[in-house]
Write a protein that binds this ligand. Structure first.
Ligand code: ZN
Length: 168
C-alpha cells in the first residue's frame, strides 16, 4: 500500500478549477496532466492536503477555503505607484504580474490592476485571494521523486529524465 500520494512522490493529475459561481477559472483539459512534487508546496495547501493518501485513478472534488488557497484578501494590498517607478519602455497592462523587492530584500509578487498615464494601480493580493476554490481532480499517475527533485523542491518533467538543467 505504498502507492498513494505522500511526501516525496511526483504526482501527475488533471484538474478543473471553478469558483463559488461555478465559473471555470483554470483547467488542464486538453493538455498533459500536471506534475507536482507532493509535500513541497508546489500547489495550494488545501489541495495538497486533500491529495494526501489518494491512489492512482482516484477522482474527487477538493473544496479549498481562501485561507488554504491563495489567502484571504489583505485590504491594504492595493497600492498606487508612479509610472516612472517601472522600467522605461516596459509594456504594462492589467493582469500582468511583477516581482518586487520590499525593504528587507524579500521578493514578492504584485499584479497590475490598471494603468493610467502617470500612475499604475497594483494589488499585492493574488487575483484569486479571498476566493473559495473547487478542484475536480483525477490522479493520473505517480512515481517516487529523485533525490535531485526533492533537493530542488519541484519535479523535473513527468517521467523524471526531461534533461532539465538549471542552478538554484
Ligand atoms: Zn530543478
Amino acid at each position: 500500500m505504498s502507492n498513494v500520494v505522500a511526501s516525496g512522490k511526483v504526482v501527475l493529475f488533471r484538474y478543473t478549477l471553478t469558483n463559488d459561481q461555478g465559473e471555470t477559472l483554470d483547467s488542464s483539459d486538453g493538455g498533459d496532466p500536471m506534475p507536482y512534487l507532493h509535500g513541497a508546496g508546489n500547489i495550494v495547501p488545501g489541495l495538497e492536503r486533500q491529495m494526501t493518501g489518494k491512489a492512482v485513478g482516484a477522482r474527487f472534488q477538493a473544496d479549498v477555503p481562501p485561507a488554504e488557497g491563495y489567502g484571504v484578501r489583505d485590504p491594504d494590498g492595493a497600492k498606487v505607484f508612479e509610472r516612472n517607478l517601472f522600467p522605461p519602455g516596459a509594456h504594462l497592462a492589467a493582469g500582468m504580474q511583477f516581482m518586487v523587492q520590499d525593504q528587507d530584500g524579500q521578493h514578492m509578487p504584485m499584479w497590475i490592476i490598471s494603468v493610467g498615464e502617470d500612475q499604475v494601480h497594483v494589488d499585492f493580493n493574488h487575483p484569486l485571494a479571498g476566493q473559495a476554490l473547487h478542484f475536480a481532480v483525477e490522479i493520473v499517475s505517480m512515481r517516487d521523486a529523485t533525490a535531485e527533485e526533492i533537493h530542488h523542491g519541484h519535479p523535473h518533467g513527468p517521467d523524471g529524465h526531461g534533461g532539465h538543467s538549471h542552478s538554484h
